[in-house]
Design a protein around this ligand. Structure first.
Ligand code: MN
Length: 714
């Protein structure tokens, strides 16, 4: 069992006394909060954080990382709080422990393999400081080493997670030994028989293999020597999982796997060209197998791994895999990012580690320029996946979204019907607004309602192209549907004025003229164009009128027919039913007022008073004649200003005059001007202009009143 003194001895060689003291303090803290907790192995719980710290010390990581290793389970599993840790060990450690608590909650569960990449990205994105991930990997290594004490179900579950999430993460960070150990341990639990069989056979061949390894080593070394190249030759048994993968991929039996041993030439020189020279020496010695040479120096792997790989036909006609690299390349290959996180003489990363920062930055695809290395550390999160967030579906699937994505984006990513019918969303079980911006690790649930439709307003906050396209498409289809209906009605009405039947004319060949004029292809396009207000129905009808009638046109259009058929709001276009009519927000038209309709794009017709100031600024081609058509009484708001001599009781007198004609006041406001006049603004509800006129007459009868006028909204 690892003792604290073992760790302290180890770190004394590279940490300052005050840092060593801090580790001791973390040990005492961890021991006190984990007190009485027992692992499944029967050992005190404390052995686990100790072992994790030991692994991190082996990797020579900095003091904050080691302290975090000792404390990594305290917030999750004991009564200790983040505040306590911050007080005792500072912000840096508290931040790291907090990060570990968060990522420990990400579990692959029963997800399929295809989901694993998203989970990996999520862990990376949530490891806002790369040291969090290093501690997590050490944590996982120790848990895998002691997995035998778990139930068989847990063994399978944890191994699967280690193989699919953590081994690839270790690989991504370039920490080869962790990757291999996680793979071999997982393999052992996931397929015990295959593992055991393989292990037995590898051991059986051990003696023979060692003999063979020495022989090949000797040949290569002598040959390098002869050409004056200095370096070291290593022959190592491949790890079990890679042998197993090879057997599976190439459908071969164990006995057919010749290259159980891989050879490695590590050059003393740090020049890349020497690697190529060593390669040519090897190729002169043994025939290379065609198609097996890989140049990871010219083209490094994504994790910055560099080496030359080749396979040759060895002394017994067997295949021999050989890797050639410099010492620096080797260090990177084995320890990856950890090698560059190594503690350096009493300081964390500092500015003269420029080159290392550059490597790290390249490795992690850091896009922004960061001057200060401390800032660089805390910005690693931004650096890893700056533009993405990862969230869970209620089933535990992970989905990636661009930063700023909302529940609507999420809904459309599942299915366009879910998006279209989305009426609300829950994040981590609480209702959130639809414009809520998703955060890493959120669990998102969409509330839908059959028959619900998307809103044009959603376009203001959705970010995924899929959601934008779907919403736009819906809005467009909907606008076109409405415009078609409206356009046809407007055309029919216009033709009817001239005693023509649009339905018949629409079939005539003369329509082609119009299509050409407006660059359209079909009758539908024409009707939609009219509905959108792009095409004037008057222009269309001109094509079908005898010349002299064209001149009379204006007067004909000016004639108002009494509306026989009506729309429910009390406004009609002659002969047209069921148009969408709204009242302009700028004026309050009353039945009896002269009114004008304006075709608003895709939204039917907006009604304004004929003298509304806004009408004058509108596209005249989109104006249509409309008239009141009152079938049932309704109240309409209207505003008026009464000016009178200020005297006691004036407001009461005016109010009673208004109510005497059975009209409700909804709002009243009085201001006294400098020359002692009372200016009273009223909002009242009336049925029509006639009733409003009665109000005016009644108010004018009040003795002190000087003037009464209708107010138009500015
Ligand atoms: Mn742990």
């Amino acid at each position: 069992m690892l003792r604290i003194n073992d760790i302290l001895d180890k770190v004394q060689s590279y940490l300052s006394p005050s840092e060593v003291e801090m580790i001791e303090k973390a040990y005492i803290f961890s021991a006190s909060v984990h007190q009485e907790q027992i692992r499944l192995s029967g050992e005190p719980y404390l052995t686990h954080p100790m072992e994790v710290c030991g692994i991190l010390a082996q990797m020579k990581l900095d003091a904050a990382t080691l302290v975090t290793g000792l404390l990594h389970d305290t917030v999750e599993d004991t009564l200790a709080t983040t505040e306590q840790i911050e007080d005792a060990f500072g912000k840096d450690v508290a931040f790291l422990v907090d990060g570990l608590t968060k990522i420990s909650k990400i579990t692959l569960g029963n997800q399929e393999e295809r989901q694993a990449e998203n989970f990996r990205k999520m862990i990376l994105a949530m490891s806002s400081d790369i040291r969090i991930l290093l501690v997590r990997l050490a944590d996982r290594i120790h848990n895998m080493r002691t997995l035998e004490f778990q139930s068989p179900e847990r063994q399978i579950y944890i191994s699967k997670e280690s193989l699919e999430l953590y081994a690839p993460l270790a690989n991504r960070l370039g920490i080869n030994w962790m990757k291999m150990e996680l793979e071999d341990l997982s393999f052992r639990y996931l397929d015990f028989e295959a593992y055991n069989d393989l292990a037995r056979r590898v051991v059986k061949k051990k003696e023979k293999r060692e003999e063979y390894t020495q022989e090949v080593n000797g040949i290569i070394s002598r040959e390098l020597d002869r050409f004056g190249i200095k370096g070291e030759v290593e022959g190592r048994a491949k790890h079990f999982y890679s042998i197993y993968q090879k057997m599976k991929e190439q459908h071969i039996d164990f006995d057919e796997v010749y290259d159980l041993t891989a050879f490695r030439i590590i050059l003393d020189s740090d020049k890349e060209k020497d690697c190529y020279e060593a390669l040519s020496i090897v190729h002169a010695l043994w025939k290379p197998v065609p198609g097996r040479f890989k140049d990871y120096i010219a083209m490094p792997k994504a994790n910055r791994y560099k080496s030359l790989h080749t396979t040759v036909i060895g002394p017994y006609g067997e295949r021999v895999e050989i890797q050639i690299r410099t010492r620096a390349m080797h260090e990177w290959a084995e320890e990856g990012i950890a090698a560059h996180w190594r503690y350096k003489e009493g300081r964390a990363l500092s500015s003269d580690d420029g080159d290392q920062i550059k490597k790290l930055r390249d490795l992690l695809d850091v896009q922004q320029e960061i001057e200060n290395p401390r800032e660089f550390m805390s910005n690693l999160k931004v650096a890893l996946f700056p533009e993405e967030v990862y969230v869970f579906t209620p089933n535990g699937d992970v989905r990636a979204f661009p930063k700023g994505a909302t529940p609507i984006d999420f809904a459309y990513s599942i299915h366009s019907d879910i998006g279209n019918q989305c009426i609300g969303a829950k994040v981590n079980r609480s209702i959130v607004p639809l414009k809520y911006q998703l955060k890493n690790g959120d669990t998102v649930e969409i509330i839908t309602q059959a028959g619900h439709h998307p809103s044009k307003d959603w376009l203001k906050f959705v970010v995924t192209s899929r959601a934008i396209a779907k919403i736009r498409n819906w809005v467009k289809t909907e606008e076109r549907k409405r415009s078609l209906v409206l356009g046809r009605d407007l055309l029919e009405k216009e033709f009817k004025k001239h005693h023509l039947k649009f339905g018949q004319i629409a079939k005539s060949s003369k329509m082609a003229e119009i299509y050409t004029e407006y660059h359209i292809d079909s009758l539908d396009d024409l009707m939609a164009g009219v509905g959108y207000g792009k095409v004037s129905p008057k222009h269309v009808v001109h094509h079908f009128l005898p010349e002299e009638e064209t001149k009379k046109e204006t007067t004909v259009a000016g004639t108002r027919k009494k509306g026989a058929e009506t729309a429910p709001v009390g406004v009609s276009l002659t002969g047209i039913e069921d148009i969408m009519v709204r009242f302009g927000k700028c004026c309050d038209p009353l039945p009896g007022d002269e009114i004008t309709g304006y075709i608003s794009r895709g939204r039917g017709i907006t009604v304004h008073t004929a003298n509304c100031a806004h009408i004058r600024e509108m596209d005249p081609d989109r104006l249509v004649d409309v008239q009141w058509d009152i079938r049932e009484k309704r109240e309409y708001p209207v505003q008026m200003r009464v000016v009178g001599n200020d005297k006691k009781g004036l407001l009461a007198d005016i109010s009673s005059a208004i109510t005497s004609v059975d009209v409700n006041i909804t709002h009243a406001e009085i201001n006294i001007s400098q020359d002692g006049e009372a200016v009273c603004d009223f909002a009242v509800n009336v049925n029509d202009l006639h009733q409003f006129n009665k109000v005016i007459v009644a108010v004018k009868k009040v003795r002190e009143v000087v003037s009464v006028e209708r107010l138009w909204r500015p």
